[in-house]
Every structure is written in C-alpha cells, then in structure tokens.
Write a protein that binds this ligand. Structure first.
Ligand SMILES: Cc1cc2nc3c(=O)[nH]c(=O)nc-3n(C[C@H](O)[C@H](O)[C@H](O)COP(=O)(O)OP(=O)(O)OC[C@H]3O[C@@H](n4cnc5c(N)ncnc54)[C@H](O)[C@@H]3O)c2cc1C
Length: 391
C-alpha cells in the first residue's frame, strides 16, 4: 500500500488532517487501532475555540456544529460563594467559544472521510514507523489479522499520548517536559438540563468543580479528586452532594440533579515532547503534548498542529520549498507552550492541593479577586480561553 501522507490515529487530529489534505488535493491513508463505534463514543473534550470553529467550517465540516453546537460568550468563576462572569466578546473584540462535543466532531469528520476522502482503516494498529530519517518512511501495521506495510512520503503521528509514532524519534534528539498534578477529575455525564447556561469554574476549600454541558438536556460535571481515585468508589448521590457544596453561592442558586449515565476519572498532567518532527515523521496533537483539561486546550492544540502541517505540505507541493515543513516543530511549539502556560495557570488558580497552606489559599483567592476586579487580568484570561492565534 502506498500514499503521500500516512496518518496514524483517527482522533480529532488525524481525522481533520485527512480532511484538510483531501481539500488540498493531497492523498492520505488513516490507520486507527480501535473500531468506529469506540472512536465515535469516547467522551472527552467539549469546548471549541473560535479558531477551531473557523477551521472546521472552512474544511466543510461545520454544518451540524453550526446547527447543534452552543455558542458561549462567557464563563462564570465561582469562589467565596460569589459569582463573576467573564464576558468574552467584550474583552476580546468579539471572540467566543462553541460547546460541541469531541464525539460529534469525530462523527462528522468520519462521515465526510468515508464519503469523500481516502482510505480510513479501523482496527488497523500501527506497530512501528520505520525509516523516518530517510526519504521513504513506512508504517508497519496489523489489519484483519495480518501484517502490512504503508509506504509513505510523510508520516504524521496523530496517535495520542500512548501511540507508537514518537518512539521512532531517536532518544538522544528528544527532550520531554512534564508535570503530574496530585489530583484528577471525576467526570460525570447526566441526563439533566445544565443548571447554568454557561460553564461554571468553582474554586472551593474542598477542591475544584466544573459545571459544563453537552447539549440543552445533557450535563457534564467534574469534581477534583485525589490522584488514583476509583470512580466507582463514589456513589451517585455522594457526587451530587459534593458538587452542590462546591458550587454553593449566597444567592440561592440551585444545582439540578438527574440520572448519571457515565462516570470516569481523568488524571491531570502537562507533557511536551520536543521536537515535534524528525525527518519525514511529524507529531500532532496528544502524541506530542498533553495539557490538564482545565484550560480546554487539548483538542484545540491538535487542530492547530494539523492546520500548520497541512499548510506547510501544501506550500511544499505548490512551490517545491520545504521551508514551512522545516519550521513545523518550532511554529507549533510556540503555540503549544502558550497553551501549556494557560492550562497550568488555570489549574493552579482553581485547584486546591491537599497540602495547601492558609497562605496559598489566600493567594489563590487574591488571584481570583484580581481577575474579577481588574480588566487587564480578566482580558488575559478571556484571550487565553478563546484561543491563541494560528501563525
Ligand atoms: C476527560 C477529558 C476531557 C477533555 N476535555 C477537553 C476540553 O474540554 N477541551 C479540549 O480542547 N480538550 C479536552 N481534552 C483533551 C482532548 O480530548 C485531546 O487533546 C484530544 O483528544 C487530542 O486529539 P488527538 O487526535 O491528538 O488524540 P486522540 O483523541 O487521543 O486520538 C488518537 C487516536 O490514535 C489512535 N491510536 C493510538 N495508538 C495507535 C496505533 N498504534 N495505531 C493506530 N491508531 C492508534 C487512538 O485509538 C485514537 O483514536 C480532554 C481530554 C480528556 C481525557
């Protein structure tokens, strides 16, 4: 089997890349280790930055998002039983975000790919990338019980944080930057209309909580829990009681409860793999970097990477110059580190480590009060949340 771009992984990064290349007249093959149902139902991100929304529309993948997605013009910060709304358009010159689940983005892109694009093979597990440093990289993979080889001009590893692509980059050329947080998020999906029409980020002495939504009738809520917590150790009513405590305000606001349909725990870590390119192998999305979900940046960074790659390869095909491909890693990493910084700041602003001192508590509250009281601080948060520009 032969193609111009071999793409490993059919998460948002791999699927969108295949679409962008198809639109540019460049052929690709996508290899995905899981089956279609698994990829379409894996609960993850839900917030699309303005730039991501614009890219999906321009790629011809925005039709259902525009019909069913929920445009959000702000978030609420909750601390000390007070509420403060951050108004995105007023602070950023008109920018907003869209609530549209990653599952739906993937469904839309898969449908388009199967209808119009190149091959997308499910249950096709990449085993290794070979010859990445030369002119003819290959992906060895297993599909329908037998091993095969995909010969490529370029390989893009969009295979998430546990993928195989980055193992093809020699260890002596690699630097990894990492931080693990001593807590995680217990996330639930519940069949109940959201109790607030915008996301609520709550800082509480008992820990962080987030109220979010998937649709007008499905809520997505999170609780900060100690690292290593088993989701099943929490009974449903215990979860609702704890959410209620952490979201409590002084103005009688109420949290509506409903049946919990799913619960899971997500660890929190920051991770950056440098460089994001070796020879003809490029890394994109979670394969190269992880952010804690507090800043809602993971999916949006993945989109930024593949847009950068598609532009660079299109430029190379049109002009013969590899200038943009050569700059890929540095271009992406500038944006990645801004998102890493933002996600780290949001995480440390809102989460309470178990060993937090009274001094640290007061500093955290002072940081929140500064955002609520000083336009410059609030604007910085709004600009980061709605997204850093693509170069
Ligand atoms: C609970 C949770 C909440 C989140 N919330 C947000 C949010 O609100 N906003 C946000 O922007 N981000 C959020 N994220 C992060 C976001 O979901 C990820 O950043 C995003 O999925 C990255 O996309 P990706 O395509 O790079 O990787 P992935 O989605 O991980 O896709 C990688 C794909 O590669 C496949 N694969 C792996 N190995 C192989 C192999 N050897 N061969 C073939 N295929 C392989 C996998 O099966 C997978 O389909 C959240 C993440 C989690 C876990």
């Amino acid at each position: 089997m032969r193609t111009t771009v071999g793409i490993i992984g059919a998460g948002p990064a791999g699927l969108l890349l295949a679409r962008l290349l198809h639109n540019a007249g460049i052929d690709s093959v996508v290899l995905e280790s899981r089956d279609r149902a698994y990829v379409e139902h894996r609960q993850r991100a839900g917030i699309l930055e303005q730039g991501t929304v614009d890219v999906l529309r321009a790629a011809g993948a925005g039709e259902r998002m525009d019909r069913e997605g929920l445009r959000h013009d702000g978030i609420e910060l909750r601390f000390d039983r007070r509420r403060h709304r951050v108004d995105f358009p007023a602070l950023t010159g008109g920018r907003s975000v869209m609530v549209y689940a990653q599952t739906e983005v993937c469904k839309d892109l898969i449908a388009l790919q199967l209808k119009e694009g190149g091959p997308l093979l499910f249950e096709a597990e990449a085993l290794a990338v070979e010859g990445a440093g030369g002119d003819a990289p290959r992906v060895r993979f297993r599909h329908e019980g037998r091993e095969d080889v995909l010969e490529c001009s370029y390989v893009v590893g969009c295979d998430g944080s546990w993928g195989v692509a980055r193992k093809a980059i020699p260890a002596e050329l690699t630097r990894v930057f990492e931080r693990t947080y001593p807590f995680g998020w217990l996330g639930i999906l519940a069949d109940v209309p959201p109790s607030h029409d915008e996301l609520v980020y709550a800082r509480h002495d008992r820990g962080f909580a987030l109220l979010s939504m998937r649709s007008p009738v499905v809520s997505r809520l999170y609780l900060q829990v100690p690292e290593g917590t088993d989701a099943e150790a929490w009974a449903d009513e215990e979860i609702w009681d704890e959410l209620e405590r952490r979201f409590e305000t002084g103005d009688g606001w109420r949290l509506e409860r409903g049946p919990i349909t799913q619960k899971s725990v997500t660890p929190m870590r920051s991770h950056v793999h440098e460089p994001m390119r070796y020879g003809r192998l490029f890394l994109a999305g979670d394969a190269a970097h992880i952010v804690p979900p507090t800043g809602a940046k993971g999916l949006n960074l993945a989109v930024g990477d593949v847009v950068t790659f598609a532009r660079a390869l299109t430029y190379e095909q049109e002009t013969g110059s590899a200038e943009l491909l050569d700059a890929y890693s540095e271009t992406c990493l500038r944006r990645v580190w801004q998102a890493e910084r933002f996600s780290y700041e949001m995480t440390t602003l809102l989460h309470r480590p178990a060993d937090a001192t009274p001094f640290e508590d007061r500093i955290q509250l002072a940081r929140l009060a500064r955002i609520a009281g000083a336009r410059a601080a609030e604007q910085d948060l709004a600009e980061g949340y709605t997204g850093f520009p693509l170069e």
